[in-house]
Design a protein around this ligand. Structure first.
Ligand code: CUA
Length: 347
């Protein structure tokens, strides 16, 4: 094939251009690694998280030692025994007993040094917590998380509150398909399997928000099944418990909030959502304190009026496969706005 004096062909591009191309590609690829890293297991903030991080670091350094040794021996062999003009082929060595025992034993010893801390970490993170630990039951749903605090009488969704520096005992199951509960900075993954309860225990080091994600493919909105764990100071946690245990704040009469409550109370929302003292549904998230959530739809959107209005009018168009149906018959804009005002008042 005849080419015009080649510039369009990559094979004929000069070295400088090729180097520039590589640098640009590498810069673009590395841009994907820019922080912050809200879901990094390498920045643990709990006893469980640190146990995994230590194990990873230990095994990483063993792997580095093995890599350096093997590559060094390989390079030495390549250089020393490479073919040279006029030199006879080196004599092959056979049956060096000491060498063979050595390279059988050395990996065995390294495997023991990896296996012992691994087993120790598995046992330490098996999910046992002291009997006074805060108990939380996690139930995976397509595609949101339900939390029950059996000893506190609290039921909530998607945002889990726990106190700092106190042991937490989490039991995990599912209402439909297999999910996996994962908050990388606090603990490893645990499957949420229907008809089966798995356990996890952790003690968070520092107050803050820790985001997590369903880690088992569970259907069309698997990627939208986020969650957040809010680690509170003791006093903040107590305040949260008090608020959750009471009913929602009573709205001021004849306010937009009051109108919203009236619209809500004759809507289809009732069938699926609980608002304590208002509606009994259990198919969807409990909304009793919805206004204190910072996000909606399992972490997909900020809990602001615009997102919430769009969500109420037509959830499946925002979250593929959402089991919350499009409103039929549709609510008027004023009705949606009233429900938004009401829901956001539920602190
Ligand atoms: Cu639930 Cu993936």
């Amino acid at each position: 094939m005849v080419r015009p004096k080649g510039k369009s062909d990559l094979g004929t591009v000069d070295a400088v251009t090729r180097c520039r191309l590589w640098l640009t590609t590498a810069a673009l690829a590395l841009a994907g690694c820019a922080g912050p890293f809200p879901q990094s297991t390498l920045r643990p903030r709990s006893d469980y998280g640190r146990a995994i991080d230590h194990l990873f670091t230990d095994i990483f350094w063993w792997a580095v030692i093995v890599f350096v040794l093997v590559e060094a021996l390989l390079l030495i062999a390549l250089v020393r025994f490479r073919h040279r003009e006029g030199r006879p082929a080196p004599k092959p060595a056979r049956g060096n007993t000491a060498l063979e025992i050595g390279w059988t034993l050395a990996p065995a010893v390294i495997l023991v040094l990896v296996a012992v801390p691994t087993m120790r970490t598995i046992l330490a993170t098996a999910g046992d917590a002291p009997s006074d630990a805060l108990k939380v039951e996690v139930i995976g749903h397509q595609w949101w998380w339900e939390y029950k605090y059996p000893n506190l009488g609290i039921v909530t969704a998607n945002e889990m509150h726990v106190p700092v520096a106190k042991p937490v005992q989490v039991s995990i199951t599912s209402a439909d398909v297999i999910h996996s509960f994962w908050v990388p900075r606090l603990a490893g993954k645990r499957d949420a399997t229907p008809g089966h309860v798995t356990r996890m225990a952790f003690r968070a080091d520092s107050v803050g928000e820790y985001s997590g994600q369903c880690a088992e493919f569970c259907g069309v909105s698997h990627a939208n099944m986020g969650l957040r764990v809010l680690v509170d100071s003791d006093s903040a946690f107590e305040r949260w418990v008090k608020t959750e245990q009471g009913g929602p704040e009573a709205p001021a009469p004849a306010s937009p909030v009051e109108r919203g409550k009236a619209v809500y109370s004759r809507s289809a929302c009732l069938a699926c959502h609980t608002i304590q003292g208002v509606s009994p549904g259990v198919m969807g998230p409990n909304l009793t304190h919805f206004g204190s959530n910072t996000t909606i739809a399992a972490g997909m959107f900020a809990n602001d009026p615009a997102h919430l209005a769009a969500w109420i009018a037509d959830a499946p168009s925002l979250k593929p496969g959402s089991l919350m149906p499009r409103m039929q018959p549709p609510l008027s804009d004023a009705e949606v706005a009233a429900i938004v005002a009401y829901l956001q008042s539920l602190k």
